[in-house]
Design a protein around this ligand. Structure first.
Ligand SMILES: [Zn+2]
Length: 75
């Protein structure tokens, strides 16, 4: 076991909800191993069932309330 990621690694725009493919704002680390990613909508929908299975929940849904920033991507 040398590949353990930090559970506090922030979610980014490339992390996608496992259910709908929208940008993920919540990462659930399962006690049984593995991660699940959810958008805010699907996390709320499944939260009651997921919480008992989770060893860690990284919730970044607060960022949803941030004003959208115009893209400065100049690639
Ligand atoms: Zn979703």
């Amino acid at each position: 076991m040398t590949t353990t990621l930090s559970p506090s690694t922030p979610l980014t725009a490339i992390d996608r909800c496992d259910r709908c493919g929208a940008q993920a704002y919540v990462r659930v680390t399962l006690t049984a191993g593995g991660d699940l990613l959810f958008c805010g909508h699907h996390f709320r929908e499944h939260e009651a069932r997921i919480r008992p299975l989770a060893s860690n929940v990284l919730d970044q849904t607060a960022e949803l309330s941030s004003p959208s920033v115009p893209s400065t991507d100049d690639l």
